[in-house]
Design a binder for this molecule. Structure first.
Ligand code: DP6
Length: 357
């Protein structure tokens, strides 16, 4: 699908409309790290869509007499002007694809299911939920809209807000970024894994071990920029694509040993990029490494196929099959919780994607 498929008509008869969507967070197994304008990834990525960690967003669209778009954003009912710069950039990017927005005033209210200060990035779920509200309005204005285009354009708009948000529309596993293992793949929007996903991954578990709930010293957006002059950038982009191709077939066969090798290597490669950029930085904390060692020890002793991944922060995502849940939960409570801030962790699992509320 080409970029011009995403340009909608303008509307001659603005209408008042209100909608509410819930979109999940996602955790990348193959990491997106490095991009060019406008939000085009340097390598393809693949993620598990989560189910309990969600953003709920309501948008009230009010028609305006003259064409001058504006918006107001509140989080849990409290006005948050500090979110305006990021949202302004988003709206500036998407207005060429949804020009009807210019005749509206938007009142946006958002809330997260996960604690605000958990160190969990909410930009993926937030941008996905907002994009779905915008697409719902677009469908109201142009009822002939096809459902396939609705989903793809929601992912396309979400990407323009935050790259990883493109992967938060559908579930349980999505790809984003052109790659040789999927002919339908695109740099412009994410696509679901499809029919051949092995059953073991359809209800995979993710416990997010909250090591550091503070804000990150270096944002993802800054991190992506540092891949420009990075000495290992070219090899990293090749490695990510190769890992994605290998993981895509592993996720069809259900080979958990193969899964673990790729997923952990991707997490550590992401952090290796951070440690070798200029300026270099470290987002892991001592407890992150303690947890990784404990996971490796537990896996060796019990042969239970648990593994970890990391996002751009100190928290650890512990990934394991549904049928190992009781034993893994005892291990979390007995051992891993001790390395978490105030023993806190969030229990989540792979989910099916966003929904209208
Ligand atoms: C490490 O999607 O947050 O989580 O496009 O600048 O908003 P922007 O970046 P963002 O980057 C996510 C980085 C990551 C890996 C991933 O989710 O693939």
């Amino acid at each position: 699908m080409e970029i011009n498929h995403f340009i909608s008509k303008n509307s001659n008869s603005p209408i008042a409309f209100q909608t509410r969507w819930e979109a999940p967070s996602n955790i990348a197994l193959i990491k997106y790290w490095g991009k060019t304008e406008p939000q085009i990834p340097k390598n393809p990525s693949l993620s598990f869509t989560l189910s309990s960690s969600v953003t709920k967003t309501e948008v009230i669209f009010t028609p305006k007499s003259e064409a001058s778009f504006d918006f107001e954003f509140s989080f849990e009912g409290v006005l948050k002007p500090d979110f305006h710069p990021k949202l302004n950039t988003f709206f500036e990017r998407i207005k060429q694809y949804s020009p009807w927005l210019d005749s509206y005033s938007l009142k946006i209210d958002s809330s997260n299911s996960f604690p605000h200060s958990s160190g969990i990035a909410s930009s993926a779920s937030a941008m996905a939920a907002l994009s779905l509200c915008i697409m719902d309005m677009e469908k109201e204005l142009f009822p002939e809209f096809e459902s396939e285009l609705f989903i793809k354009k929601a992912s396309f708009l979400a990407r323009l807000g935050s790259g990883s948000a493109s992967r938060s529309i559908e579930g349980p596993v999505t790809f984003w970024g052109k790659n040789s293992s999927r002919k339908e793949s695109s740099d412009l929007f994410a696509t679901p894994f499809g029919q051949n996903l092995h059953n073991v991954f359809k209800d995979y578990q993710d416990t997010i071990l909250l090591v550091d709930k503070g804000s990150k010293p270096v944002s993802s957006t800054q991190g992506h920029q540092l891949m420009f002059d990075h000495p290992y950038a070219t090899s990293r982009f090749i490695q990510a694509e190769q890992n994605l191709n290998t993981l895509a077939s592993i996720m069809e066969t259900g080979d958990l040993d193969g899964f673990i090798k790729i997923v952990e290597s991707e997490a550590l490669s992401l952090h290796a990029m951070m440690m070798t950029s200029n300026p270099y930085f470290i987002l892991m904390q001592p407890q992150t490494l303690e947890i990784i060692q404990k996971i490796w020890q537990f896996r060796k002793e019990t042969q239970i196929p648990i593994c970890f991944t990391l996002d751009a922060g100190a928290n650890v995502h512990l990934l394991y099959p549904m049928n190992t849940k009781p034993k893994v939960h005892s291990f979390i409570d007995d051992v891993l919780a001790g390395f978490c801030q105030n023993r806190q962790y969030l229990t989540d699992s792979v989910g099916t994607g966003a929904k209208k509320m």
